[in-house]
Write a protein that binds this ligand. Structure first.
Ligand code: R5P
Length: 322
């Protein structure tokens, strides 16, 4: 007697980023699994898988895009349903991991939402997690489950490989210097960083105050994980231009692009802004003449294949060691 679903990969998509899920499924040569997602009149989410998942290796892909609470809850509900339907293993694939920015208490009486998220995935029944460029690497340790934290670094560095002239990779704040150094190593570039100030009473108010490192007469590439309101990259770009940079580009894995990001980028002294599709990019943003979107789908597909085949993901898992 042979177990039917043993070693069967099933990929399911939440409603947040169906285009990315489709791309991943084509690369894996696996059709997206059937799931009926809906809402009750009061807004409660419902989910029902349309075929058996018993014994299957299930992957639930969902980015935590706006409306973020809805998309998180949808993914958790899908995972709960899979667990109750006897899936053999459930992997939460979260290209953009929401609530990761509150990863410690910076002020008294604040939450640690990144830990809460990890607990929610545990409770729902996720056996492992996959994400890309987590806001901070220690979030991997917020759960006891295996957590593959991927990086878009190879995608970005490959894209920039043709850039000629003296290059400086710029960290937009002191906390990302390590990350900028990794990029600089791959691009054979110098490193600089911007000293930024964020007002504690206004969440998205950012000013770039000082730059440390060689930027004059050089191509500068600002590397960040997230573009939220674009205050960070735009104020850094303005400062770098002011300090004599030849041209300024910004790279960020997660294009949240919350208002007024699009207007800010439109009017910024940025040659180019390069992001990935971990989050769906609106038509308006995609229409920006200086915005380039690189696909994360091959990285995700390779990772899911490796997890499914029980082969090493270390070639892909290029976190701290790169
Ligand atoms: C901050 O710690 C993050 O790495 C990003 O720099 C920040 O989230 C970007 O936000 P905004 O675009 O709103 O300045």
């Amino acid at each position: 007697m042979e177990a039917q679903n043993r070693k069967r990969l099933m990929l399911f998509s939440g409603s947040a980023n169906p285009i990315l899920a489709q791309e991943v499924s084509e690369l894996l040569e696996v059709e997206l699994g059937g799931v009926e997602l809906g809402t009750f009149a009061d807004g409660e989410i419902s989910a029902r898988f349309t075929s058996s998942v018993r014994g299957a290796d299930c992957f639930v892909l969902q980015s935590h895009s706006n409306p973020i609470n809805f998309h998180i809850m949808e993914q958790l509900i899908m995972i709960d349903a899979l667990q109750r339907a006897s899936a053999k293993r459930i992997t939460a694939v979260v290209p953009y991991f929401g609530y990761a920015r509150q990863d410690k208490k910076s002020m008294p009486r604040e939450p640690i939402t990144a830990r809460l998220m990890a607990d929610l995935f545990d409770t729902a029944g996720a056996d492992r997690l996959v994400s890309v460029d987590l806001h901070s690497p220690q979030i991997q340790g917020f759960t006891r489950k295996p957590f593959d934290s991927l990086t878009a670094l190879p995608i970005f560095t490959q894209y920039l490989a043709t850039l000629e002239g003296p290059l400086t990779v710029v960290s937009p704040d002191s906390g990302r210097v390590k990350q900028a150094s990794r990029y600089a190593r791959h691009l054979d570039a110098e490193v600089a960083f911007v000293h930024k100030r964020r007002r504690v009473d206004v969440a998205d108010d950012v000013s770039a105050l000082q730059v440390v490192g060689e930027v004059e007469g050089r191509h500068c590439v600002i590397v960040d994980d997230i573009i939220g309101t674009a205050g960070t990259i735009v104020s850094a770009a303005e400062l770098l231009k002011d300090r004599g940079a030849l041209a300024v580009r910004a790279l960020a894995t997660h294009a949240l692009l919350s208002p007024p990001a699009i207007d800010r980028i439109k009017n910024a002294p940025l040659e180019e802004t390069v992001v990935t599709n971990t989050l769906p990019v609106s038509e308006e943003a995609a229409g920006l003449p200086n915005l380039t979107i690189l696909s994360i789908a091959p990285l995700l597909a390779d990772t899911l294949k490796a997890i499914f085949m029980d082969t090493s993901v270390s070639q892909i898992f290029m976190g701290e060691n790169v």
